[in-house]
Ligand binder design. Structure first.
Ligand SMILES: Cc1cc2nc3c(=O)[nH]c(=O)nc-3n(C[C@H](O)[C@H](O)[C@H](O)COP(=O)(O)OP(=O)(O)OC[C@H]3O[C@@H](n4cnc5c(N)ncnc54)[C@H](O)[C@@H]3O)c2cc1C
Length: 219
């Protein structure tokens, strides 16, 4: 997790779920979702996965120091809660796709959204569900939570759901036509969710919202 502080007296106006483009010298920008909700904006919170061979994420994990300065553009994107709808919501995150969904759920709780919400969080192994306690904590506020691991390690001693996260949704819901679905993270998960939820479960195309965490284009 990376916390950014804006210069004194500056505030970023954003919608929960939007992202920033981090600007790097002589390189294409790198996109990262804001993981905090707008009501809680003393710091901007980013959840960064360390990518093998990734220029920027390597810099964050290995080189960056406290109080270093980053430049960014934003807020960007259309992955935010449609507040004029009263449909029940299914959230599907893979890995650090948790970040914008955390922002949206914290925002929804803050403004008192009463729509039923079910949050699925998929990852390979237990350690990849890096804020499991927070997600479990939301259950007390009525948000159903289903963690799903695809490659749990023996030492994880995982007793929960296994397989692909979008498959868990397909297994649990035979009809998605009355729902809205918000999906975020690995492009393969976002694509599979969109394809199968619309083709096999009757989810209207316009009720599917997503951000696919694609790599920055090569320079
Ligand atoms: C809207 C949006 C929001 C995002 N939010 C987050 C977030 O909250 N958290 C998060 O962890 N990530 C997020 N991402 C993903 C993140 O922006 C990328 O992973 C980014 O490229 C990482 O930068 P890097 O410099 O570390 O890696 P890069 O230098 O960009 O690339 C990493 C590695 O991938 C390889 N690579 C590059 N392009 C491709 C390709 N097309 N196919 C296969 N391999 C390739 C490179 O050779 C390199 O080895 C988001 C992406 C988008 C589009």
């Amino acid at each position: 997790m990376l916390s950014l502080k804006l210069p004194a007296n500056e505030r970023l106006q954003f919608l929960a779920g939007q992202y920033l483009d981090i600007l790097l010298k002589d390189q294409k920008p790198r996109s990262f979702s804001l993981a905090n909700a707008p009501h809680d904006d003393e710091f901007l919170e980013l959840h960064i996965r360390n990518i093998t061979g990734g220029a920027f994420t390597h810099h964050v994990f290995e080189v960056m120091k406290e109080r270093d300065i980053l430049r960014f553009k934003g807020p960007l994107g259309t992955f935010f809660l449609r507040e004029d709808s009263d449909k029940p919501i299914i959230f599907v995150a893979s890995g650090t796709g948790f970040a914008p969904i955390k922002a949206i759920i914290e925002h929804a709780l803050y403004i008192g959204v009463k729509r039923p919400m079910h949050f699925y969080w998929g990852a390979r192994k237990l350690a990849d569900l890096y804020m499991l306690d927070k997600a479990r904590h939301w259950e007390a506020s009525g948000i159903k939570f289903t963690p799903v691991l695809s490659d749990a390690l023996p030492e994880d001693a995982w007793q929960g759901r296994t397989g692909f996260v979008h498959q868990a949704v397909l297994d649990d819901y035979s009809d998605l036509s009355p729902y809205e679905v918000y999906t975020c993270g690995a492009p393969v998960v976002v694509e599979a969710a969109h394809r199968d939820f619309t083709a096999q479960r009757g989810l209207p195309n316009e009720a599917f919202f997503s951000d696919a965490f694609t790599f920055a284009p090569k320079n």
